[in-house]
Design a binder for this molecule. Structure first.
Ligand SMILES: NC(=O)c1ccc[n+]([C@@H]2O[C@H](COP(=O)([O-])OP(=O)(O)OC[C@H]3O[C@@H](n4cnc5c(N)ncnc54)[C@H](O)[C@@H]3O)[C@@H](O)[C@H]2O)c1
Length: 383
């Protein structure tokens, strides 16, 4: 399969390198497209492939059966729509778009071209620890969920990172900050494992960086029967990464590299009903412990090719076999986390609780106002 990469900056060049080196069975790097001439010149000398300055020229040339879109967020809808309409299989980098409203337009295009494979790079889903967490919750082994907490403060980003490219951490260039860039992964995991929340209250801050968007987030998601706290930042050191889900039959924890599940023999409601002691019967409270490790093979794979390569391999298999069920995540699954992010921004701006699904039109209008404010120099803050 001839695969082209559109946008060969930090992430796109990794996809291109994996395709060029044969790390993706059945696929070869066919061409690259980038608006930056110096990036094109580098790609040409490194991989010896044809280069394009405009995605339409690349797609319409027929040089590729599939494309990977790794450009800044605002361009995803236009580029992916053009590719899908031309019958070219499309893998989009996260996030699917900046607003749920514009993402819906792209998903509509994809639905009208059901024979074209459309996937999204949600590489955190390839982490077997999160897959096991999903299986434990889905199979009911944890019982009814009573609490969830996700804290991710170990994805550090320096001022240098933000200064590398003008589009980063701005409302006009990126459509947000740490929420839309980094947290989109963890918010996708939350909705993948627990389903979509019905409401959110969120507070964002900008800490220690000269950027106009957030790099510190505290949110509380409301689910039917429980709440889930979400804490994320990209300025803290050394930081922590911990997902905790408590159910009536046990507790699971995923930290970097390890999942631990403590599974009770019976449901807490039964333990409570049987108990003739104030702190419950000691015997009834016994649990068995299940552990799973990320494993050296996965660490080595990530180091050599990046977790994203697993998503690309699955995409190529799905396109070869015309089977979207082989994808790590279908393009339309990009909507869940994006809708959560739009609602979180909305809550931060209004200072109140926001219901989900988010009012897509109202959010698009509010973002346009935020961009105007940024252009007028009012949104640049660093506390
Ligand atoms: N899955 C992951 O873990 C992961 C990690 C990093 C970045 N990303 C995503 O990858 C995408 C790119 O991020 P990055 O860090 O590589 O950015 P980057 O700025 O390093 O690279 C973007 C490239 O796109 C080019 N470009 C911009 N507009 C274009 C257009 N219209 N047509 C063709 N080329 C265009 C730029 O010249 C640049 O070379 C973003 O969506 C980002 O969120 C994903």
């Amino acid at each position: 399969m001839r695969v082209a990469v559109i946008g060969t900056g930090r992430m796109g060049s990794r996809h291109a390198a994996n395709l060029a080196s044969g790390a993706v069975p059945g696929a070869q790097l066919a061409a690259i497209c980038d608006i930056d001439p110096s990036v094109r010149a580098k790609a040409e000398s490194k991989w010896g492939v044809k280069t394009f300055a405009d995605h339409r020229e690349l797609i319409d040339s027929g040089a590729a059966d599939a494309v990977v879109v790794a450009t800044p967020h605002y361009s995803h809808v236009e580029i992916c729509s053009h590719a899908i309409e031309a019958g070219v299989h499309t893998l989009v980098e996260k996030p699917i778009s900046v607003t749920a409203q514009s993402a819906r337009q792209l998903i509509d295009v994809a639905h009208r071209h059901g024979d074209v494979i459309f996937g999204i790079v949600y590489n955190q889903r390839t982490n077997p620890l999160y897959a096991r967490a999903k299986a434990l919750v889905g199979s009911g082994q944890l019982g009814e969920i009573v609490r969830a907490d996700f804290t991710v403060t170990d994805w550090y980003r320096s001022q240098f990172y933000y200064d590398m490219n003008g589009w980063r951490a701005s409302w006009s260039g990126e459509g947000g900050g740490t929420l839309i860039n980094q947290c989109v992964h963890q918010l996708d995991l939350l909705q993948w494992i627990l389903g979509m929340p019905s409401e959110v209250t969120c507070k964002c801050r900008t800490v220690g960086r000269h950027i106009s968007t957030e790099n510190d987030v505290t949110a509380l998601f409301g689910y039917d029967g429980f709440d889930c706290s979400f804490r994320a930042s990209t300025h803290e050191l050394p930081g922590v990464n911990r997902l905790e889900i408590a159910g009536t039959k046990g507790l699971l924890t995923v930290t970097r590299g390890m999942l631990t599940a403590k599974l009770l023999k019976m449901d807490e409601s039964e333990i409570n009903a049987r108990s003739k002691r104030d702190y419950g019967n000691k015997e009834d409270k016994k649990y068995r412990t299940v552990r799973k490790f990320y494993g050296i093979d996965n660490y080595l794979f990530d180091w050599r090719m990046g977790q994203q390569c697993k998503v690309l391999r699955a995409f190529v298999r799905a396109a070869e076999r015309h089977d979207p069920s082989l994808l790590v995540a279908r393009g339309e699954e990009g909507m869940g986390a994006l809708s959560m992010i739009n609602a979180m921004n909305f809550s931060d701006w209004s200072g109140g609780k926001v219901s989900l699904p988010v009012d897509e039109g109202a959010y698009a209008d509010a973002l346009a106002a935020k961009i105007k404010e940024e252009m007028n120099g009012k949104a640049g803050i660093s506390k």
